[in-house]
Write a protein of this length. Structure first.
Length: 145
């Protein structure tokens, strides 16, 4: 069993994660914030826990890396978040290969891909969802090479 210690930094990330995602829902209609919370519970240290909580904040909300920097999040975490934030037009396999080089980003992305490829999270496993799942499983294999 993993024990998460809620330091001031982790608490700050929890609050920001909730604030940033509180109006969002996932593809099955559940509150989106459950996803980063689930990832964070799997992490083994503070840096990966904070990065897991914030992994989609820059990509999916109005917050920027500069906002997070101004809030005092450490550079090592911001570097991981920059890698986890896929820019429009970036080739997906190149994005995953870049993540592979950063241990914080790699740990978070691995958990993210496993959770995203879990078909039990979806209400319906249609053709589009199946294709997305295959993409995530291929990315996971690439990440673990």
């Amino acid at each position: 069993m993993i024990c998460v210690i809620y330091t001031a930094l982790t608490k700050q990330a929890l609050k920001l994660c909730f604030e940033a995602h509180k109006e969002q829902v996932d593809k099955s209609g559940l509150p989106y914030v459950f996803h980063p919370f689930h990832l964070a519970e799997q992490m083994t240290d503070e840096e990966t826990t904070v990065a897991a909580l914030l992994h989609d904040v820059v990509e999916d909300t109005p917050y920027t890396l500069e906002d997070l920097r101004a809030m005092g999040f450490p550079e090592r975490i911001l570097e991981a978040l920059a890698l986890l934030t896929r820019a429009d037009g970036t080739d997906y396999s190149e994005y995953v290969k870049a993540i592979k080089k950063n241990p914080i980003a790699r740990a978070v992305k691995r958990a993210d891909l496993l959770h995203n490829s879990d078909a039990t999270r979806l209400s319906v496993l249609d053709e589009k969802a199946s294709a997305r799942r295959e993409k995530y499983l291929a990315a996971l294999a690439l990440l673990e090479e």
